[in-house]
Ligand binder design. Structure first.
Ligand code: HEC
Length: 157
């Protein structure tokens, strides 16, 4: 009886390794800050990735980045590098790692970590003492991250 329960628990734990989506705390980075495993287990949608990239209420990547080839981008920022051709220069795993937690690739960067929920100073706490309690949501969902990975990977020139 006890053995059966243990076997069941073990197989559940093994199954959990493939559960979707990968939780922010369970993301595995390579030494260089890349993330090999898809957060959702399915390929992202590049068209939606462009929306996440340019929408001020979603990724708002345009606050800092421009893509010259996408002239429909309004008010793109110049804080970060231009991302034309990023899919040529970086693997999907590298792009995913930069999105999940850019600090693992670029130490001390101003780019936000988009799939991280701990280790932050609660915004507002120092000023108002009214920072929200409990776990924060990541800035982007696993699906949104994979969509942006698909979109940036498609930028080949
Ligand atoms: C506050 C500014 C800021 C925002 C917002 C921002 N980034 Fe960045 N990003 C940077 C900076 C700066 C770098 C260069 C790394 C460094 O040296 O800090 C960078 C680097 C990158 C790189 C690596 C480019 C390369 O090949 O070297 C990618 C890819 C990237 N950002 C994608 C994104 C995406 C996608 C978003 C939105 C989800 C985003 N960034 C939002 C500032 C930003």
């Amino acid at each position: 009886m006890r053995l059966t329960t243990l076997t069941l628990a073990a197989s559940l734990a093994a199954g959990a390794a493939f559960a979707n989506p990968v939780a922010p705390a369970d993301v595995v980075f390579t030494e260089d800050g890349a993330v090999e495993q898809s957060l959702t287990g399915t390929a992202g949608n590049a068209d939606n990735g462009f929306k996440v990239f340019s929408d001020k209420k979603q990724g708002n990547c345009v606050a800092c980045h421009n893509i010259e080839a996408r002239s429909e981008l309004t008010f793109p920022g110049t804080v970060g590098p231009m991302l034309d051709g990023v899919g040529e220069n970086r693997s999907a795993a590298e792009i995913r790692g930069i999105l999940v937690n850019s600090k693992k690739t670029f130490e001390g960067t101003v780019m936000p970590a988009y799939y991280k929920v701990d280790g932050f100073t609660r915004p507002g706490d120092a000023y108002t003492g009214k920072a929200p309690k409990g776990p924060l949501d990541p800035l982007l969902s696993a699906e949104q991250i994979e969509d942006v990975v698909a979109f940036l990977s498609s930028l080949k020139d």
